[in-house]
Design a protein around this ligand. Sequence first.
Ligand SMILES: [Zn+2]
Length: 112
Amino acid sequence: MSIYTCPNCGKKAFGPATKAMAGRMNSKGKPCQNCGKLCVNGKGATIFNFVFSLIGIIAMLVVYLAQPYSDFLKYYEMPIQASIVVALLVIPRIVFAFCFRLHQSIRIEPTS
Ligand SMILES: [Zn+2]
C-alpha cells in the first residue's frame, strides 16, 4: 500500500502536492479525488510536527538567550530566527509530501 492511497476507497488518489496540503489530524484535510472523503496526514505526521515545532521553539529560545554572549549571534540573530520560522513552516510540508500514511479525517463536519 502506497502512502498516497486513500484510506477510504483504496485508490491512489493523492500525490506529493495534495498530500502536503492535507495537513495534520486536527486540520480539515483534503478531499480524495476518487471518493470525496476528507483525508489528513496520520498520527506519525502529527507527532513529527509536534516534535519538530518543539525543537524549533527551543532553537529560537537558545539563539535569543545566547545572543548577548556571541558576536556572531548578535550580528545574525534576525536572519537565524527568520530562517527557523521559515523552516518550521516549510519542512513539515515537505516531509508530509513524502512520508507518513494518509488517514481519514476525524474532524466532525458541522451538520447545519
Ligand atoms: Zn478515496
